[in-house]
Design a protein around this ligand. Structure first.
Ligand SMILES: Cc1cc2nc3c(=O)[nH]c(=O)nc-3n(C[C@H](O)[C@H](O)[C@H](O)COP(=O)(O)O)c2cc1C
Length: 414
């Protein structure tokens, strides 16, 4: 049986270990994690989700404080339409996050940025344009278009000098989404350099409805592969979602995939951004403690640990500081849900909101524990210590386990 290391991912003139660590916002896939993937010859992702918060944390800047100060007058107002991002500051934060990461890059791998369209930021087109262009300016190897159909995204950067040299890819969960994207972007005369096909077992938001369990990654990959052959398109396909062992990965590569994108195994790496007590929750989780629900205001179902403190929390919306999910009219379904509860519970100090969550605040505080379906298997990837906790792993250990393991084996740490 073959192993992952028998294959290489060709992207432009680069030959890479065909392991892509997926983007995990907000700063769960840290620069440190992405840098390890690149050092080991694979592909790492940073994410530009809540980039001002991430820049403040990494570089001690005061982007969030300044935005809050500017809009403080609006905190008690239910109408958030005045809360806009300063595009100059957004570009600056992105350039810092991306630029400092690229400066630190070693090795032959690549670093991409995960760019989610669903971060509509009260001005969807303008903010997405700035985010992508600033990342290109700062030397990112490429952009992975995520969480959305991205029908207009290529057009926002097609006059950028790096439009044809940077690697551009998209995440889709169906052939139909890919066909729509290809049709809409045909006039830019540029195909995506890779397509990530994300199935229903992935972490984060899902590109499926609540009937996600009716779908299966291998079937979607086969459909898209057949379409590529029929259309004479030669674009690397990268399956993602539930690829837990090196053998799972090798099986996809043997069936024509160019690489695999993985994330859940790396949530328990010491380079991952999750606080260690949260990582222990991931280790401890059993299968029935993982759920897919609809509390994300994006409208997409999201997978998470049932114990996440975010679930049911009724914090006041923090759009003046964050506001990444405000739509083009300054609305967010959490604000609506929160206001409803406040109106129905007069005088109650700490209300609970069950149907939606303040995703910005909860992700910022690592209180929404999004995870992949196989999180309950993480305990089998390490050793239990005498105090009952689990040993964190190095990203290198996990990466090499994917790269070299065979027979569905998982190497335990020293
Ligand atoms: C904790 C976590 C956070 C994630 N956040 C994002 C994200 O912000 N954007 C995105 O496109 N995908 C996100 N994903 C999906 C991953 O990038 C990846 O495609 C998927 O989880 C791979 O499946 P696996 O976790 O079973 O290996 C996230 C996954 C996890 C586990």
């Amino acid at each position: 049986m073959k192993r992952v290391d028998d294959f290489r991912l060709k992207l432009g003139n680069k030959e890479l270990v065909p392991i892509v660590i997926g983007g995990m916002g907000v700063d769960i896939s840290t620069a440190e994690l992405a840098l390890e993937a690149a050092r080991l010859g694979g592909v790492g992702h940073i994410s530009d989700a809540m980039v001002k918060t991430v820049a403040d944390r990494r570089f001690n800047t005061k982007f969030v404080k300044e935005k809050l100060k500017h809009y403080k007058f609006n905190v008690a107002n239910t109408d958030k339409s005045v809360v806009q991002f300063d595009l100059g500051q957004l570009a600056e934060a992105t350039r810092m996050h991306v630029g400092k990461t690229m400066e630190a890059k070693r090795g032959d791998g690549m670093i991409l940025v995960n760019c989610m369209e669903k971060l509509t930021m009260n001005a969807p087109k303008e903010t997405l344009r700035v985010r992508m262009r600033a990342a290109l300016d700062a030397g990112i190897d490429g952009i992975t278009l995520a969480a959305g159909l991205h029908l207009g995204s290529f057009a926002l950067i097609e006059d950028h000098p790096r439009f044809r040299d940077a690697k551009l890819g998209i995440i889709v969960s169906s052939l139909r989404a890919l066909q729509l994207f290809l049709r809409k972007t045909a006039r830019s005369n540029r195909l995506p350099d890779y397509v990530v096909i994300e199935g229903p077992l992935a972490g984060g938001h899902l590109g499926f409805g609540m009937d996600w369990a009716a779908y299966d990654l291998a079937t979607i990959v086969a459909e898209i592969r057949q379409f590529m052959i029929t259309e004479h398109l030669d674009i690397p396909l990268i399956p993602a979602g539930g690829i837990f062992t090196g053998s799972d990965a090798a099986a996809y590569l043997e069936n024509g995939a160019a690489a695999v994108q993985v994330a859940t195994r790396f949530t328990v790496a010491s380079e991952c951004g999750l606080p260690e007590d949260v990582q222990q929750e991931y280790f401890k989780a059993s299968e029935d403690e993982i759920e897919v629900n609809q509390i994300s205001p994006t409208g997409y179902p999201m997978r998470m640990l049932r114990k996440s403190p975010a679930i049911g929390d009724g914090i006041r919306p923090n759009c003046e500081a964050y506001g990444y999910l405000l739509d083009a009219h300054g609305s967010c379904s959490y604000i609506t849900a929160y206001n409803r509860e406040v109106a129905e519970n007069p005088g109650v100090k700490r209300i609970s909101v069950q149907d939606k969550t303040c995703l910005c605040t909860q992700m910022r505080n690592f209180d929404l524990w999004t995870c992949g379906h196989y999180t309950y298997r993480l305990k089998d990837t390490t050793r239990k210590l005498e105090d009952g906790s689990y040993q964190l792993l190095s990203a290198e250990h996990i990466f090499h386990d994917y790269q070299f393991s065979t027979d569905n084996k998982i190497a335990l740490p020293e």
